[in-house]
Design a protein around this ligand. Structure first.
Ligand code: GTP
Ligand code: MG
Length: 326
């Protein structure tokens, strides 16, 4: 599709290209959505040069300008739907979780956020007629909660449901996991994720799912106290926009998790409100509030969506994956 590399942009010599790449501006798309001041500081160039480079990048990457309604319609026609395999939840989501969007799920510990992430990483690999996107998954794991054996259990569950003999190994091979050790590392991993998605784009299993579990835990742990809140929100906001761009560029579904406090907390206010507050609310396209019900049952409540009615759906966590309530 886009074969232009950043060296091809006017005003970028080899030395500047090197500096930009070192700072994560390794594609024309990344430069197209950068701010002139960021780019100038990164590459040691004047702001007016940076502005020109960005303008050129926008033209060749075909981003940043106004789009006509029919172009948006065409892009939206590509939107895929990833099914969780729990009928009520999938119906609530209008037939599955949309690509080109961020879905944020928030809920207290043990509410099933990580379980949903595992199930989606499996399901995304299924063919479209089985509710998948025939793609692979990238997982940014900030809490070290990825469990290969959980994936294997879920694949076994699917084998029974579909009357197939799926091989767990095959599924594990298409889940690319990176641990993020702190919030800066988490942000940087998005560059690696983009490179990985680029390299898999023309393969049998292009990246169709990005998971960040948890999106907010590092930010919450590192930025403590009122004085640092604005700083935290700003970083988180920028991170989310990178993530949203990833969703658009790769026609990927993005699934991010967010905690709620189980106890009222002086810094974060309402215990049932997600960490990250309003900024996160505006960026994530779909928001789901998850809560525990009896035993292994969970309730997912769609609380925010651009085009779907709010609703509630029940599902059950089992060793063989998540199931709808029959
Ligand atoms: P935090 O990351 O701590 O905020 O929680 P979370 O929302 O990610 O919770 P997670 O998805 O890890 O859910 C954990 C819960 O899933 C456990 O409390 C169990 O109830 C359930 N669970 C996990 N594995 C299994 C399993 O193999 N079988 C069954 N029945 N339940 C499981
Ligand atoms: Mg979790």
């Amino acid at each position: 599709m886009n074969e232009i590399s950043i060296e091809d942009l006017p005003g970028i010599g080899p030395a500047t290209a090197e500096k930009l790449k070192d700072s994560g501006f390794n594609s024309v798309e990344a430069i197209a959505v950068a701010s002139p001041s960021d780019l100038a500081a990164t590459a040691d160039i004047g702001e007016s040069t940076a502005t020109k480079i960005i303008a050129a990048a926008r033209i060749s990457a075909d981003v940043g300008g106004f789009e006509t309604g029919d172009a948006i319609l065409r892009r939206r026609e590509d939107i895929g739907r990833l099914e969780l395999g729990c009928a009520e939840v999938d119906t609530m989501m209008g037939g599955g979780f949309e690509t080109q969007a961020i879905t944020e799920v928030y809920g207290e510990f043990g509410s099933g956020k990580t379980q949903i992430a595992h199930q989606l990483a499996v399901n995304v690999q299924l063919p479209v007629d089985k509710g998948g996107l025939n793609g692979s998954a990238i997982l940014i794991d900030t809490e070290n909660t990825f469990r290969p054996d959980r994936i294997a259990g879920m694949v076994e569950g699917l084998s029974k449901r579909h009357d197939m003999e799926y091989d767990p190994e095959d599924f594990l091979k298409n889940i690319h996991v990176a641990r993020a050790y702190n919030s800066n590392h988490q942000i940087l991993l998005m560059d690696t994720a983009s490179e990985l998605a680029d390299s898999l784009r023309d393969t049998e299993k292009p990246v169709r799912l990005l998971i960040v579990d948890s999106l907010t835990a590092h930010f919450r742990a590192e930025y403590i106290g009122r004085g640092t809140l604005a700083d935290r929100q700003q970083k988180l906001n920028k991170h989310l926009h990178t993530i949203l761009r990833f969703a658009d560029l790769n026609n990927a579904m993005v699934f991010v998790t967010n905690q709620v406090m189980s106890k009222p907390d002086a810094f974060f206010g309402d215990p049932t409100k997600p960490i990250g507050g309003h900024i996160l609310g505006h960026t994530s396209t779909f928001r789901i509030y998850l809560r525990k019900s009896k035993g292994d049952k969970r309730v997912a409540k769609l609380v925010d969506s651009p085009n779907l009615p709010d609703g509630e759906a029940l599902f059950t966590v089992t060793p063989e994956g998540l199931f709808g309530d029959q």
